[in-house]
Write a protein that binds this ligand. Structure first.
Ligand code: NDP
Length: 325
């Protein structure tokens, strides 16, 4: 452990749209924020190609480019953006203690958690290959569905997300084949009924993915296995969507923060406040419903404003800046 402890007014953990937006607001409010980027600088958006639904980019922008712009915007106002990830926290007192890479110790007046969530993938080699190539594998139909307009796609999963995304895709694509590994949905009855009643969604029960097929550059189909009959067959498709759940990156906070049963941080509704005073949350770490870059950015703004007001209430010499509102 290091013997020099750094003291900060505001620490931001995570470098997706939530973290950088929090940083822009916190820096402009004289909170001298330090942002640790985490293990995936730029967050989930760095794994998408074109982002076309973030307001302000009328011609679209790639995910990685957008995250560089957000980082530069945060740095322009003085955010100290650093490499490194948080390995341990202690939120048991007013001084919030955080350890970086198991060595550096920081004491913070406020902490903004923007650690996001990670989409789960099947883990097949072929799936990961086309995901990395940007060649037709996606875990976000709302982000990427448009690229498959008038094409045939496959989606894996049977929960509410898969049902919602299959329905979304059915409005864009000519055919959506949904692969359900058991003989029933996990999704709520109403969501399951919606996909079952959509003519261009073909549901294959007891069916799992054996391999994502492609030409070396892009996806061309999927080989599936019926786990009741042991028969395999191929389905032609240009897109392979995975909707088997997300895992919020919140494990290190669970000792101190109230989480729901899947690990999402529970915030006070309408605010970014957690159950620990001075600790705020933004982005997908607390959001299993919307999970969009723009909603993450919005809650990043809320977290910085809540943190600023918390500091002002605690310390009469710290003035809430009004210029930014
Ligand atoms: P869930 O955990 O509810 O569902 C995951 C689905 O993926 C399950 O059907 C599961 O199958 C399947 N799955 C998991 N691993 C594999 C695998 N290796 N191969 C094939 N299939 C697999 O996650 P969701 O993201 O759907 O939902 C998360 C939470 O968010 C839920 O509480 C949900 O209700 C909520 N939600 C609500 C929405 C709404 O109300 N509008 C929209 C979206 C989500 P199996 O069933 O066999 O385990």
């Amino acid at each position: 452990m290091s013997d020099t402890i750094e003291k900060l007014k505001c620490l931001i953990i995570g470098s997706g749209p939530a973290g950088y937006t929090a940083a822009i607001y916190a820096a402009r409010a004289n909170m001298a924020p330090v942002l640790y980027q985490g293990t995936q600088p730029g967050g989930q958006l760095t794994t998408t190609n074109e982002v076309e639904n973030f307001p302000g980019y009328k011609n679209g922008i790639t995910g990685p480019e957008m995250m560089i712009e957000l980082q530069e915007q945060a740095q322009r106002f003085g955010t100290d953006v650093r490499d490194g990830w948080v390995t341990k926290v202690d939120f048991s007192s007013n001084v919030h203690k955080v350890w970086i890479n198991d060595t550096k110790e920081i004491h913070c007046d406020t902490v903004i958690i923007s650690t996001g969530a990670s989409a789960k993938y099947l883990g097949l080699e072929s799936e990961q290959k086309y995901l990395k190539l940007g060649g037709g594998v996606s875990a976000c139909a709302v982000c990427d569905g448009f690229f498959y307009k008038n094409q045939e796609v496959v989606i894996v999963g049977a929960g509410d997300s898969a049902a919602e995304e299959a329905h979304y895709l059915s409005k864009l694509c000519t055919k959506v084949t949904m692969l359900v590994r058991r003989d029933e949905f996990r999704a709520s009855k109403i969501m399951a009924a919606r996909v079952q009643n959509t003519p261009n969604i073909d549901i294959l029960f007891n069916t799992q993915t054996e391999e994502v097929l492609g030409d070396g550059q892009v996806v061309t189909g999927v080989r599936v296995l019926n786990n009741k009959t042991n028969e395999t067959h191929e389905i032609a498709a240009t897109g392979f969507f995975v909707a088997i759940g997300h895992k919020p990156n919140t494990d290190i906070f669970k000792e101190y923060l109230t989480l729901d049963e899947t690990g999402y941080i529970i915030n006070t509704p309408g605010t970014a406040k957690t159950n620990v005073e001075g600790v705020f949350v933004s982005g997908d770490a607390a959001d299993h419903v919307y999970r969009q870059a723009i909603t993450a950015a919005g809650t990043g703004c809320m977290a910085a404003l809540d943190a600023e007001r918390y500091l002002a209430a605690k310390d009469s010499t710290f003035e809430v800046s009004t210029a930014q509102y």
